[in-house]
Design a protein around this ligand. Structure first.
Ligand code: SAM
Length: 314
């Protein structure tokens, strides 16, 4: 419920070295699925990262599905129903190298689907990635600005972090349907919500686009963080000309500078200079152009103290 930087949590049921579909079937057949109630439905999702494995993901899913039905029939004397679209229990099989992992998805939809995201910008970051950026920055509640905030992610995630808000306690989790968890989940939810606080920090989001800010305001309202996060219209490339009160000065045209990707080096340089002139002390950012950013930031007086590599959209 508290998790902010992970997308899914699985309960591992079995893990074995395998070389064929028959071995996966045998492994899945040996598991006792009595924790699934007789009137509940299930589905199997399979993924295969080892392309040399001789069977496809749908074949793996079908083999495990029949093993689940056989095992359940053997131990409970009834036939479990399959519902591929909206199952009560989702079984997940991963074939990784020459190993198979069989597990139950405890959360359902990815945890990056936050309760507050009612509107999404087309280039919005997944909130779990935004939360990773905040942690990687070592942020502890100092004034924080996302100068190109789009529809919200980083400012809202910062507010959730500082207030110890549990995003998973505000949405449905698949584990609610499992009797082994159901009895104590309400107690856990009560406990984690009880640990939230009303701490305040100076957190702001700014964007050049009024449309993005409109989405931001809607998400912010849904998040319940309106009293902590401020929103304003402005140009990150001219940040030094924006007043602290969060209103653009008269002489500042928020749409003054727009640059295409072909001028990305100039864009980064102007941005770094603008941040430097406004007294920004530390910058954390995501870029596909690492070398360019390291060089640009160093020149603007921001020596790079750490670089993390991650996978995102290929
Ligand atoms: C990739 S999206 C933002 C993603 C966002 N930070 C998040 O965490 O979801 C880029 C945003 O930058 C804004 N933008 C582009 N140039 C800008 C500038 N010079 N000043 C302020 N915002 C800008 C765009 O309007 C767009 O909303």
């Amino acid at each position: 419920m508290r998790a902010k930087t992970v997308n899914r949590v699985y309960l591992l049921l079995a893990r074995e070295e395998i070389s064929s579909l028959e071995e996966i079937h045998k492994m899945a057949r040996e598991v006792d699925y009595s924790f699934i109630e007789k009137d509940q439905t299930f589905a199997v999702r399979a993924e295969r990262s080892n392309k040399k494995f001789p069977s496809t993901s749908p074949e793996i899913a079908a083999a495990v599905g029949s093993a689940v039905v056989d095992s359940y029939m053997g131990s409970n004397g009834s036939r479990l129903r399959v519902d591929l679209r909206n199952p009560d229990v989702e079984i997940y099989v991963l074939v990784r190298k020459w190993e198979a992992l069989l597990s139950i998805n405890l959360v359902g939809r990815s945890l990056h689907c936050r309760y507050y995201r009612v509107r999404a910008h087309r280039a919005a970051l997944p909130p779990s990635l935004g939360a990773i950026m905040i942690r990687a920055s070592g942020w502890r509640g100092e004034p924080l600005l996302d100068p190109m905030c789009g529809c919200e992610t980083i400012p809202i995630e910062s507010a959730l972090l500082i207030r110890n808000i549990a995003p998973g306690a505000r949405r449905e989790l698949a584990m609610n349907k499992l009797s082994m968890f159901r009895d104590f989940l309400d107690g856990v939810r009560f406990e984690v919500i009880g640990e939230e606080n009303r701490r305040k920090a100076e957190i702001a989001g700014m964007d050049l686009s009024p449309k993005s800010l409109e989405m931001f305001r809607k998400n912010l309202r849904a998040s319940g963080m309106e009293d902590t996060v401020r929103v304003f219209l402005g140009d990150a490339l001219r940040l030094h000309r924006i007043s602290i009160e969060g209103r653009a000065r008269r002489d500042q045209s928020p749409f003054g500078i727009r640059m295409g990707v072909s001028k990305i080096d100039q864009f980064y340089r102007t941005l770094a200079e603008s941040l430097s002139m406004s007294g920004v002390r530390k910058i954390t950012l995501i870029t596909p152009r690492k070398n360019l950013i390291v060089e640009t930031l160093s020149r603007a007086g921001y020596p790079v103290d750490s670089v993390l590599q991650f996978m995102y959209g290929g």
